[in-house]
Each structure stands twice: as structure tokens, then as C-alpha cells.
Design a protein around this ligand. Structure first.
Ligand SMILES: CCCCCCCC/C=C\C=C\CC(=O)SCCNC(=O)CCNC(=O)[C@H](O)C(C)(C)COP(=O)(O)OP(=O)(O)OC[C@H]1O[C@@H](n2cnc3c(N)ncnc32)[C@H](O)[C@@H]1OP(=O)(O)O
Length: 715
């Protein structure tokens, strides 16, 4: 898995060979140890170049090995042996040098990088730290502040930035291996003392304590309970304050804690799940690998409200030619200005040409006639959308894909308004659509697999994590959100305040609790949906609607014009309409007390555990129903929707992974407990899939699909 050849008469070329990213598996590590020993002892070899096959240097340690007992030579002594070699060793970096891959390069005496390569220490994103000496070598080479930035964020940098920071010696846009070989020939015989990074002192900032205290405070705040960023700071501190050998010892101790933590398991599950969801399947048996997407170069967006603007930007930035249609002249003008501004700003930030020229604007629906794909983003009103789909069906070419950005309306019903129901899918973006990574691609019973493949491919082109899901009310994300929000409202009725509920959810790791989130997105949004569902009875306080428990609290606030941040009042109070800082609202507290008194409800103290269990287990329970109904193909799909679209803390792996970590019997038992206390709440009734999983011995999450597919009679 690593090959040694002699090139240019005296350079030993070691090539890592482990597709697709030359990860440092046991076999690769064995290969490196073996080829290095041979190169060092071969008198014909005067210098060494290490490169990776197929244009990738190395994607780091083999993450798949982390779940099992590690075998093969360990990384740390392997890298020490490279650094200690008495012949110059040059890393030839193409494609990626990430994690252990960059640590390997830091053990080499020189680093030559291709201009297009990306380098970084992303271990923190996997719940780890750079524990093959990376946390000790990088600060010695580029200084503490820059190393802290790279190690605690895990961000990948370009070769140009790596050169500027000082951890790459030369950048080339020619053949990197040839450049590295020439370089290796030129440094033969030069002293290697100053090239062994571990022997260098760490440039220590003047007030080291103040620096690390400040950084630690910032990191803890943004980590939302994740432990790896904190350990990364501790490891870099060891580099700045201890001799190298002791720093390495600290690095290993910290890694040992992280390595076996549930957070590392969750983050590594997310890494693989993010890639797995692109391998979609439908209940019909259609799959990603048997279905080719249609090429899309011309797209149209209808409606230039907030969503339409973001979608237009995302499409234009992906290189498509876009026509944006808005029938209201004022809205068209405002939309055009907003889209152009967003495109210009992004181009400036990224240093790329602006995509402004790729967008045309029109007031006429006819302008979409030659598009390959149309996405409607008009007001969330079924009658309006029905009318639009009828028109699109006659305006567009027969093979044009017709997509809706609806967040909850019935895709199948919209498809039935057209002469081509097989060409209709949902493309549910999340606001702001050009920023948020998640895209739910929603298929109805009549959607053609090729339509799904095309929407999924387009999502990938826009840089989205696209998840294919079936059609149902709210699809996956919003459907699971309904019981979560309802439980939060019930908790208010029983004695909690918005502050106590939000605090418990933020403590869990959400960036915002349910009530702060509701204030941000606007209480009127849900009110409209509930009105359309016939649930709202103005002025009425009844707590049973359509045969089940209901809380009218949200409706009562909306009736008072309290729509959240935009009106300056919602579940919280804001300084002025539009301002963001939520303050507890004494009016709301007395309103809740009065409400409870009028309903005859006795207020009780509710702790964080109850808030978390009731909100999260209700949401998770709906996830099991979704799996049971094959609306989502597997738990990874649900988890990626929640991580990328709903702020679920990544270090907890997504709701279904979290349930598997808590233990399915425990989740079942707590749901049963709450259901006994609240028998009128259907979403606390444990899902039959949860029962089946528990009675099948609670298999690990990667084996749930076997139980899902098994007929009830086989259990
Ligand atoms: C008791 C304590 C003991 C502790 C002992 C441990 C000591 C360990 C010492 C050091 C540890 C170092 C830690 C690391 O190095 S962790 C790994 C850090 N590296 C990364 O995070 C990079 C991850 N990969 C990527 O970012 C991308 O894959 C990239 C390399 C940029 C290529 O991107 P792209 O071209 O878009 O391709 P894909 O992402 O789709 O990947 C293609 C398939 O390759 C799989 N893959 C990628 N990287 C790895 C890897 N490092 N290990 C295993 N597999 C990897 C990826 O999953 C794709 O396959 P699939 O689609 O089947 O999932």
C-alpha cells in the first residue's frame, strides 16, 4: 500500500496507494514504515519524496478503523522516524493533505504543494485532535494564534494561505511530484537540524495565560457542549508551555479521552452519513446508481420573496443560467437588487467573478418556457400553487422538471394539476436558501426516479446536503418539528416559561431554543398553517381540537399582534421591532399565569430533564414513525436533515443516532411514562417501530434497516 521507486538516479519516491484518498490505514502505515526503512538504508537513495497516487496526497487517518481495534504500526513513531531520517524527506502535496496526512507532511523536512491543494487539521470536526504530533508541531512552525485557529476550527486552507502561514515551503502549478523531486535533489547534503520541527522552540506569546483564557472562553461559547475544541486548545497550550516530549504526552492523554467519547462516535457517524445520503433510494426500488440525472443548464425561479431570492443566488452561483420571474413590479425591483447584492458580495468574499450576469428577470411567466427546471417559491397558498402548476404544465417543454419549494403542501396534489406528474418533485430549501446546507428532495408516488436523480444532482452542484424523502405533511423535518413544538407549548401550560424551556434546549446544544426560534421565524407562519388546517378558533381557549390535546397559546399571542422579533413582541420582548436580543417579558409571564388559572391548571416546577425528554423524545418518536412509513429510507437521512437544517448539535449525531446512544429501551420507557401522564397526546404514544426495535434486542443503528424491512409476522 506504499511503493518505493528510484527516480532521477538518487531520489527514493514513496507513493501512498489506498484509493480513494490514500487514508493512513494499517496497510498504508506498514507500507510507509517499510519503504522508509529501505530508502534510508539504500546507499543509492540520497533524498526521499513522499507523494500519494491519483493526485491526492493523503486524506488522513482511516476513519473507518476508529470503530475497531487498531492494528499495524502507530502513526506517532512512524512520523518521528521520518523526521529523524538523515536524508532529506520532501512531501509532494496534491489534492488534499488533511489530518494525519498533514501531520505526516509536517514530519517531513520540506513541503511542496500544488496550487490547487487543500491542507488542514480537521480532526476537531470528527471529535478528535491532531494527535500524531500535529498539535505540537504546527504551533512551533507557524506560531500559537495561527495554529489555534486552524486546529480549533478544522478549516481547510489553500496552498497559497499555507505558504503565507509558513507550513508549506513552495507552491507550484506544474507537476508537483517532479517539482518535489527537483527540490529533493537540490537539498542533498544540507543540514536538516532546523528542518526537524519537533526540535524547534514554540514561539510563545508574551501573555500566554491571557491569550489562552480568552481563546478558551470563545471556544467554549461556540462549541455548544462539544469537547474536542476545548481539548484542542489544551493541546496547543501544552505546545506553548511544555517541552516537546511532555507536550506529546499531553496530546496523547487528551486524545485518549476524546477517542472513546460518544461525541467522537457521533461526529464520525455524521461524516459517513453526510456522504451516505447521496446514495438515495425510493420504496419502488429506484436508486441513485441505476438512475442518471438529466443535464440542467437553464433554470427558472418563480417568486422573488426571501426564499426565491436565496434560491436564485444558489442556482446562479452553481453556474446555471437563471430566469427569475416575479409578477409584482415592486417586488421584482427589490428582488433584483437583493439578488445582485448577494451575488456581488459573495464574489468579493470568495475572490471569484460575480454570477450577476447569469440571472435574467421577468414579470412574465412565459419567460420560463425554455428552462430545463423550474422552482416555484411563491406564497405558501395551495390555490395559488395549483393555478401556477396548471400554467407551468402548458408553458414549459414536456420534459421540464417542475419543482415546488413548499415546506408542507401536498406534492402529489400539485403534481395532479399538471399533465406530467412524473416530472414534479419538491425541492424544499431552508432559509436563507443560498446559505443553509440542507435540501429536502421530496418525491410523490408518481415522481419519476430520473426527476429525483436530477434534483439530487442539482442539489449537489449547489453544494447542498440533499436528502430524498417521501411526501407527507411537513415531509421529514417539519413533521418531526410539530410534536417538538407542541410539547414545548404543553410545558408552558403546565408551569414552564419560554426561558426555562429554551435554556434546557440550548443546554442540550441547539443554537436557539424553540421559543427564541419561533420569535425569529415569526409566530404568524405557524398560525397560518393552523388556520388552514381548521385548528384555530379565534378567542377560544379550548384545549382539545380535532379530538386531541391542543394548546391555543400561540394563537392567542398572534391575536394580540405578537408575531415575534418583527413586531418587537412574541414569546419574548425586544427593544424595537426587528431587534434580536430577546428579553424575558413580564407581560407574558402574567399572561401565562392568568391562562393557567382560567384553565384550572396547577402550575408546577419543570426541570431541564423533563423539557429535554418530552420535546426531544416526541420528535424522535415521530422519526420512528417516518422510518416505519418509509418516508425516509434510513436513520441517517433523518439525522442529516436535523443536523444541516434544524441546528441539532452535530456532536450528538442527529435525533435517531442520539436515541441509539441513550438506548432504545430507555427512550421507549420514558415515552410510555409521559404517555401515561398525558394520555390525550397522541405523539407520546410510542411508535410501533420503536417497539419492534426494542423487542429485536435494540440493534445498533446501522442495522435498523433490517428490522424496518422485516414484516411484523417475522418478529
Ligand atoms: C486510545 C487512544 C488511541 C488513539 C490512537 C489514534 C492515533 C491517531 C493519530 C492521529 C489521528 C489522526 C486523525 C485523522 O487523521 S482523522 C482524519 C482527518 N481527515 C479528514 O477529516 C478528511 C476527511 N475527508 C475529506 O474531507 C474528504 O473526503 C476529502 C479528502 C477532502 C475528499 O473529498 P471528496 O473528493 O469530496 O470525496 P469524499 O469526501 O466523498 O470521500 C470519498 C470517499 O472516501 C472516504 N474517505 C474520505 N476520507 C477518509 C478517511 N480519512 N478515512 C476513511 N475514509 C475516508 C469517504 O467516506 C468517501 O467514501 P464513502 O462515500 O464510501 O463514505
Amino acid at each position: 500500500m506504499a511503493e518505493l521507486s528510484l527516480v532521477s538516479g538518487s531520489v527514493g519516491l514513496i507513493t501512498l496507494q489506498s484509493p480513494p484518498v490514500n487514508a493512513l490505514s494499517a496497510a498504508v502505515r506498514r507500507g510507509i514504515v517499510d519503504t522508509m526503512q529501505r530508502a534510508v538504508s539504500d546507499p543509492k537513495v540520497r533524498s526521499v519524496v513522499i507523494c500519494g497516487q491519483n493526485g491526492v496526497f493523503c486524506g488522513g487517518a482511516d476513519i473507518r478503523e476508529f470503530g475497531s481495534t487498531m492494528t499495524g504500526p502507530p502513526l506517532v513513531p512512524m512520523i518521528h522516524a521520518i523526521e529523524a531520517a538523515d536524508k532529506p524527506v520532501v512531501a509532494a502535496i496534491e489534492g488534499s493533505a488533511l489530518g494525519g496526512g498533514l501531520e505526516l507532511a509536517l514530519g517531513c523536512h520540506y513541503r511542496i504543494s500544488h496550487a490547487k491543494a487543500r491542507l488542514g487539521l480537521p480532526e476537531v470536526t470528527l471529535g478528535l485532535l491532531p494527535a500524531a504530533g500535529g498539535s505540537q508541531r504546527l504551533p512551533r512552525l507557524i506560531g500559537v494564534p495561527a495554529a489555534l485557529d486552524l486546529i480549533t476550527t478544522g478549516r481547510h486552507v489553500t496552498a497559497a494561505e499555507a505558504l503565507k502561514l509558513g507550513f508549506v515551503d513552495q507552491v507550484t502549478d506544474q507537476n508537483t511530484v517532479e517539482a518535489a523531486v527537483q527540490f529533493a535533489l537540490s537539498v542533498v547534503g544540507q543540514s536538516l537540524e532546523s528542518r526537524r520541527i519537533s526540535s524547534l522552540p514554540c514561539p510563545c506569546p508574551v501573555d500566554v495565560d491571557a491569550l489562552f483564557e480568552g481563546v478558551m472562553q470563545r471556544v467554549r461559547q461556540s462549541a455548544r457542549g462539544a469537547i474536542a475544541p476545548v481539548a484542542c486548545v489544551q493541546a496547543v497550550r501544552a505546545a506553548a508551555t511544555l517541552p516537546y516530549a511532555q507536550g506529546m504526552q499531553r496530546e496523547q492523554e487528551l486524545m485518549a479521552t476524546l477517542f472513546t467519547s460518544g461525541q467522537a462516535r457521533a461526529l464520525q457517524y455524521c461524516f459517513f452519513s453526510q456522504r451516505a445520503v447521496s446514495r438515495w433510494s425510493m420504496p419502488s426500488g429506484a436508486r441513485w446508481d441505476t438512475c442518471k440525472p438529466k443535464p440542467v443548464t437553464k433554470a427558472a425561479v418563480i417568486g422573488l420573496g426571501t426564499m426565491g431570492r436565496g434560491i436564485t443566488v444558489a442556482l446562479a452561483q452553481a453556474g446555471l443560467s437563471v430566469v427569475a420571474v416575479e409578477t409584482q413590479p415592486q417586488q421584482l425591483k427589490a428582488g433584483q437588487r437583493a439578488v445582485s447584492d448577494m451575488l456581488e458580495r459573495a464574489a468579493q468574499r470568495l475572490g471569484v467573478p460575480s454570477a450577476v450576469q447569469g440571472v435574467r428577470y421577468s414579470q412574465e411567466l412565459q419567460a420560463v418556457a425554455d428552462a430545463h427546471l423550474v422552482i416555484e417559491a411563491v406564497f405558501e397558498d395551495m390555490a395559488l400553487k395549483e393555478q401556477l402548476f396548471k400554467q407551468l404544465s402548458s408553458i414549459c417543454k414536456p420534459d421540464t422538471l417542475l419543482c415546488t419549494n413548499t415546506s408542507a403542501l401536498d406534492i402529489d396534489h400539485l403534481a395532479s394539476q399538471t399533465h406530467r406528474p412524473q416530472q414534479v418533485v419538491g425541492m424544499h430549501f431552508f432559509a436563507p436558501a443560498h446559505v443553509m446546507k440542507l435540501l429536502e428532495v421530496v418525491y410523490g408516488p408518481r415522481s419519476a426516479p430520473q426527476a429525483v436523480a436530477t434534483a439530487m444532482a442539482l442539489g449537489k452542484r449547489m453544494g447542498k446536503v440533499s436528502v430524498a424523502v417521501g411526501n407527507c405533511r411537513g415531509f421529514v423535518g417539519n413533521r418531526m418539528l410539530m410534536p417538538y413544538v407542541e410539547e414545548a407549548l404543553f410545558l408552558l401550560e403546565e408551569g414552564a416559561t419560554p426561558e426555562t424551556v429554551d435554556h434546557a434546549l440550548e443546554e442540550f446544544g441547539f443554537p436557539m431554543g424553540v421559543f427564541r426560534m419561533s420569535d425569529l421565524s415569526g409566530l404568524d407562519v405557524g398560525w397560518r398553517v393552523r388556520k388552514a388546517a381548521g385548528l384555530v378558533e379565534p378567542g377560544k381557549m379550548s384545549r382539545v381540537r380535532q379530538g386531541r390535546r391542543y394548546s391555543p397559546l400561540g394563537d392567542l399571542l398572534c391575536e394580540q399582534g405578537r408575531f415575534g422579533q418583527k413586531t418587537g413582541q412574541g414569546w419574548y420582548l425586544y427593544e424595537t421591532p426587528g431587534s434580536r436580543e430577546a428579553r424575558p417579558d413580564p407581560w407574558l409571564h402574567s399572561f401565562l399565569e392568568e391562562y393557567r388559572a382560567r384553565q384550572g391548571l396547577v402550575s408546577r416546577r419543570i426541570d431541564s430533564q423533563e423539557v429535554q425528554e418530552r420535546c426531544l423524545y416526541a420528535l424522535i418518536n415521530e422519526g420512528f414513525n417516518i422510518l416505519q412509513e418509509s418516508i425516509a429510507a434510513g436513520p441517517e437521512d433523518i439525522d442529516m436533515i436535523y443536523v444541516f437544517g434544524y441546528g441539532w448539535p452535530r456532536h450528538r449525531g442527529g435525533p435517531m443516532f442520539y436515541a441509539s446512544q441513550v438506548g432504545l429501551p430507555r427512550v421507549l420507557q420514558r415515552l410510555e411514562h409521559y404517555q401515561q401522564l398525558h394520555p390525550d397526546v397522541p405523539h407520546l404514544q410510542p411508535s410501533s417501530l420503536l417497539w419492534r426495535l426494542v423487542s429485536s434486542g435494540s440493534p445498533p443503528i446501522h442495522r435498523w434497516r433490517e428490522v424496518i424491512r422485516k414484516p411484523h409476522s417475522a418478529l
